[in-house]
Design a protein around this ligand. Structure first.
Ligand SMILES: NC(=O)c1ccc[n+]([C@@H]2O[C@H](COP(=O)([O-])OP(=O)(O)OC[C@H]3O[C@@H](n4cnc5c(N)ncnc54)[C@H](O)[C@@H]3O)[C@@H](O)[C@H]2O)c1
Ligand SMILES: O=C(O)CCC(=O)CC(=O)O
Length: 354
C-alpha cells in the first residue's frame, strides 16, 4: 500500500426513516436556542414542518434559497439571522439551501444543522460557493461544514424522479473522481466504492417506484458516502468541466454532472485503468465504467447530451478554452484537442467507451 495522510473531518450524522423526529434533541445538543430555518420557495411546507417541530426554538423561516448562492441572498439571509437573534441555522433542502447556510456560517460562525433532501452531498463538505457579479467563487473553510446532518429518506420521497436520477449521478461523480484523486486514501476509496454501489442499486429502484423507502434510503446513504469523499479529497477534470459549463453557460447543476461524467471517465480511463475497474465493478459494468455510467443514466431516462440541457454548439470552443485555463490536477494531462472532442461527444450524446 502507498503511504497516505488521512484527516478525519467530524460531523454528527443521524440517519434513518423518520429521523426528523430527533430534530429537537439535535438542536439541544448543538446548544442552540433560536434557529433560522432556510429553504427554497418550493420547500416552504417542509420548512414549516421543521419550525413546528422545534416550536419556540424557531426564530423564523427564510425561504429565498436559490441555486449558486447569489451574494444578495446570502446578505439578506445573514441580516435576517442577525435581526432574529438566531444562534443556529437549519437548512432543509438540496445543495442550494445547504449552500445558503454555508454562506451564513462563513460570515458569522453560526452552526448549521443540515437536512438534505437531494443527493448533491454538500452537507458533508467544507466547500462553499457564492456568486457575485455573475462569477461563482468557491473556497474551503471548516466553519461552513454542517455540525449535524439529519438524513431522513422520507423527506426525499417528493423529490421528482428526474432530479432524483441526475442528483444521484452528481453524487456518483464525487465518488468516481475521489477514487483517482491525487490525495486519495484507502478510507475514502472504501466510501467511494460503497457509495457507487449503493447509488447504482438505488436509482433503478426509485425510478420504478419513487415512494420505495428502501431505495430512497439506499440513495441517501450513497449520497452521504459520496459527499464525504467530495469533502475529503480533491476533484479533477470532471468537476472542472461541470463548474465551467454550469458557471459560464448557466447549465443545470445535476444534469450537467450526469451528461459529462461518462465522458470524463472515458478521458481518464487509460491513465488509471485500475480505478476504472473498481468503478466498473461497483456499478455492475466491470469492463467499461464510462459506458456503464452512460447506460445507467440513459436507461433511467436522464439526459445524456449537452445539447438537450441548453448548451449551444457554438459555445463549445469557449468552454474548452475556459476548462484548459487554470485546470485542476487530473490523472491524464489536460489536452485542448482531446478536451474539445470530449465536449463535442458530450454535446452530441455519444456513448463513450472506457
Ligand atoms: N459545496 C458543495 O460541497 C456542493 C456539493 C454539491 C452541490 N453543491 C451546489 O448545490 C447546488 C445544487 O444542489 P442540488 O442539485 O441539490 O439542487 P437544489 O438544491 O437547487 O434543488 C433543486 C430543486 O429541487 C427542489 N427540491 C430539493 N429537494 C426536494 C424534495 N425532496 N422534494 C421536492 N423538491 C425538492 C429544491 O427546492 C429546488 O427547487 C449547486 O449550486 C451546486 O454547486 C455544492
Ligand atoms: O459549492 C459549490 O458550488 C462547489 C462544489 C460543488 O458544486 C460540487 C459539485 O460540483 O457538485
Amino acid at each position: 500500500m502507498d503511504a497516505f495522510v488521512y484527516t478525519g473531518i467530524a460531523s454528527r450524522v443521524v440517519f434513518g426513516a423518520g429521523s426528523l423526529q430527533h430534530l429537537e434533541r439535535e438542536i439541544e445538543l448543538l446548544g442552540a436556542r433560536r434557529a433560522l430555518v432556510l429553504c427554497t420557495p418550493g420547500q416552504r411546507d417542509q420548512a414549516e414542518r421543521v419550525a413546528a417541530i422545534i416550536g419556540d426554538r424557531a426564530a423564523g423561516i427564510f425561504d429565498q434559497a436559490v441555486m449558486h448562492v447569489p451574494i444578495e441572498s446570502a446578505r439578506e439571509a445573514r441580516a435576517e439571522a442577525q435581526r432574529m437573534g438566531a444562534d443556529c441555522a437549519i437548512a432543509i433542502g438540496g445543495g442550494s439551501t445547504t449552500g445558503l447556510g454555508k454562506a451564513i456560517a462563513l460570515d458569522s460562525g453560526l452552526p448549521i444543522l443540515a437536512i438534505p433532501t437531494t443527493y448533491a452531498g454538500s452537507e458533508m463538505t467544507p466547500i462553499y460557493g457564492i456568486t457575485e457579479a455573475g462569477l461563482k467563487k468557491t473556497g474551503k473553510d471548516l466553519r461552513v461544514l454542517p455540525r449535524t446532518v439529519i438524513y431522513d429518506p422520507e423527506l426525499t420521497i417528493g423529490l421528482p424522479v428526474g432530479l432524483s436520477i441526475t442528483s444521484g449521478l452528481n453524487a456518483m461523480a464525487h465518488a468516481a473522481e475521489g477514487l483517482y484523486a491525487q490525495d486519495t486514501n484507502p478510507i475514502m476509496g472504501l466510501l467511494a466504492e460503497e457509495g457507487l454501489r449503493a447509488m447504482s442499486r438505488a436509482l433503478p429502484a426509485l425510478k420504478a417506484d419513487p415512494a420505495d423507502l428502501s431505495a430512497r434510503s439506499d440513495a441517501l446513504y450513497g449520497a452521504w458516502l459520496c459527499g464525504t469523499v467530495l469533502g475529503n479529497v480533491g476533484m479533477a477534470l470532471h468537476h472542472k468541466l461541470c463548474h465551467t459549463l454550469g458557471g459560464s453557460f448557466n447549465l443545470p447543476h445535476a444534469e450537467v454532472h450526469t451528461v459529462v461524467l461518462p465522458h470524463a471517465m472515458a478521458y481518464n480511463t487509460r491513465a488509471v485503468p485500475d480505478v476504472m475497474a473498481r468503478i466498473g465493478r461497483a456499478i455492475g459494468s466491470p469492463d467499461d465504467a464510462a459506458g456503464g455510467l452512460f447506460d445507467l443514466a440513459q436507461s433511467q431516462g436522464a439526459p445524456v447530451a449537452l445539447r438537450d440541457i441548453g448548451m449551444q454548439e457554438a459555445d463549445l470552443d469557449r468552454a474548452a478554452d475556459i476548462a484548459v485555463g487554470n485546470p485542476y490536477w487530473n490523472p491524464r494531462p489536460i489536452e485542448r484537442t482531446a478536451l474539445r472532442q470530449l465536449l463535442q461527444d458530450a454535446w452530441e450524446g455519444k456513448r463513450p467507451k472506457g
